[in-house]
Design a protein around this ligand. Structure first.
Ligand code: AMP
Ligand code: ZN
Length: 487
């Protein structure tokens, strides 16, 4: 199935067969979050989409090196411009904390959210501040190629000069004229030779909290530079996949390509994959528009736009029910439908192990299996895959009701197929089963404690009681035995 994977490449604006440069190895770089505030659900959609891609490539047998950075310096407020305060410094000043306290808090928070959504950690998670030396090196190389210039301690990329030999708008498909005519004045332009030039290195004012020495004086790197430097360091001059949200195409990724080509003569990634936006009433979910949900608000239902809360796996299922290149509009009705669908799918998965085999079969699992692979081989089309899994669910229910027969071979195939795609590839978890396991686990611990008491080992029995208390469970001893409750 490997050879049949097709992915949509933003660079060529078409679906292309996926051929890694160095199979079975695959290098994938995804732009990570700027850790200055809580990740919202839109950010989560992008990382859940790449988690599906990572999981499927791994399932196909590729050895994927997945690099996703943490932006902990250099991302200025305006996003596209070189003016404004560093997002992290600003937050640090307001909260009267060290910038690294802000970084730590929101990195931990991001990891927690990613884990709640059952996304796998990347292979390497480098930070911008951990790669200042590499970024300075890159600036030096671009300067040496004559494609950047220094003005009073800041260094800018010369877009028009670069574009005279290489197409600057190759990723967005826009030409320079067009860009020049349609770019609003972003501020911080005084020192620049051209309107589209962007900062590689920015001179720091004395009060700027995060600054480093460089050949051009004290300063900090431009936002786009970190991804060029870190993808180069961990994946080489050229690697297979570069990804991020679609909003990164016109500026961040366009500039990344320009930087890598300017320094090394090569476009960094062969396939550029972009995820579409999570919207609310048709508008991009974003913090600045005030329409963003935090994951925990969605889980608890504590938000004015929500009728009730939804479990993390319902949210993940909801996101995977849309193709990653389509916009996905958030709404109570759609969430409600996903909740029902997810429960229905999980209910049939739970029946799998108890299904009885027959001597004959009405089911051909190979056909179903081919259709599941075809779905994901067509640019990771998860909604089509989920539709096929509902077909599997229909079969499971029919076999369970005795309306269909399945033989041993097909039953084994069906179990493997469904569990592989539901758990390993889509990354869903059976939340009900996890809830059912807790009472079993606690009963087991309580029985160990009772055993210790019978053996007069009161030290152990007290340790267990106190340990459970610390994590929120209270034990109550009575003549009938020991019961537990949540504190
Ligand atoms: P940031 O922390 O702002 O750099 O964003 C982290 C990632 O989330 C980027 O890849 C963005 O493209 C992506 N992103 C931001 N808003 C949304 C949204 N509403 N839907 C999907 N992805 C988003
Ligand atoms: Zn990036």
């Amino acid at each position: 199935m490997k050879q049949n994977l097709f992915v949509y490449n933003t660079l060529t604006r078409q679906k292309e067969e996926f051929k890694p440069l160095n199979a079975p190895h695959v290098g994938m770089y995804v732009c990570g979050p700027t850790v200055y505030s809580d990740v919202h659900l839109g950010n989560c959609r992008t990382y859940i989409s790449f988690d599906l891609i990572f999981r499927y490539l791994t399932h196909l047998g590729y050895k994927v090196r997945y690099v996703r950075n943490i932006t902990d310096a250099g991302h200025l407020e305006g996003d596209a411009g070189d003016e404004g305060e560093d997002k992290i410094s600003k937050k640090a000043k307001i909260a009267q904390l060290e910038p690294m306290e802000i970084v730590q808090k929101y990195t931990v928070d991001f990891h927690e959210v990613m884990s709640i959504f059952n996304t796998l950690p990347p292979s390497i998670e480098p930070t911008a501040t951990g790669h200042i030396i590499e970024q300075i090196e890159l600036v030096k190389q671009i300067l040496a190629k004559g494609l950047a210039y220094e003005v009073d301690g800041s260094v800018y990329f010369d877009v028009e000069k670069y574009n005279s030999t290489t197409d600057y708008g190759i990723l967005s498909g826009r030409n320079l004229e067009d860009m020049l005519n349609n770019t609003r004045d972003l501020g911080g332009q005084e020192q620049k030779r051209g309107k589209l030039d962007f900062a590689l290195w920015i001179k720091a004012k004395p009060e700027h909290l995060m600054q480093w020495p460089s050949p051009w004086g004290m300063g900090f790197p431009g936002w786009h530079l970190e991804c060029s430097a870190m993808s180069h360091k961990y994946l080489g001059e050229q690697f297979d996949i570069h990804g991020g949200g679609l909003d990164l195409v016109p500026t961040h990724h366009t500039n990344e390509i320009a930087q890598n080509v300017a320094c090394c003569g090569k476009s960094p990634a062969r396939y550029w994959i972009h995820t579409n936006m999570l919207t609310v009433n048709g508008q991009k979910m974003s913090k600045s528009l005030g329409n963003s949900f935090l994951p925990h608000e969605l889980f608890t239902g504590d938000h004015s736009l929500l009728d009730k809360g939804y479990s993390p796996m319902t949210v993940r299922f909801f996101m995977l029910q849309a193709h990653y290149r389509s916009t996905l509009d958030f709404g109570n009705e759609a969430m409600e439908a996903s909740e029902k669908g997810f429960k229905r799918l999980m209910a049939s998965v739970a029946l799998l192990d108890g299904l009885k085999q027959s001597a004959t079969t009405d089911v051909d699992v190979e056909l179903l299996s081919n259709r599941c692979y075809e779905a994901l081989n067509d640019d990771f089309n998860s909604p089509v895959l989920i539709a096929e899994l509902f077909e599997a669910s229909r079969i499971i229910n029919s076999v369970n009701d005795g309306k269909m027969k399945i033989d041993e071979v097909n039953l084994q195939r069906l179990k493997i197929l469904v569990k592989t795609f539901v758990f390993d590839v889509l990354g869903l978890k059976d939340e009900q089963a996890a809830n059912d396991d807790l009472p079993k686990l606690l009963s087991f611990i309580v029985s160990l404690r009772s055993e210790a008491k019978v053996n007069h080992d009161y030290a152990t029995s007290d340790k267990i009681r106190q340990g459970l208390q610390q994590i929120g469970f209270q034990l109550k001893d009575s003549k009938e035995g020991t019961t537990w409750s949540k504190i």
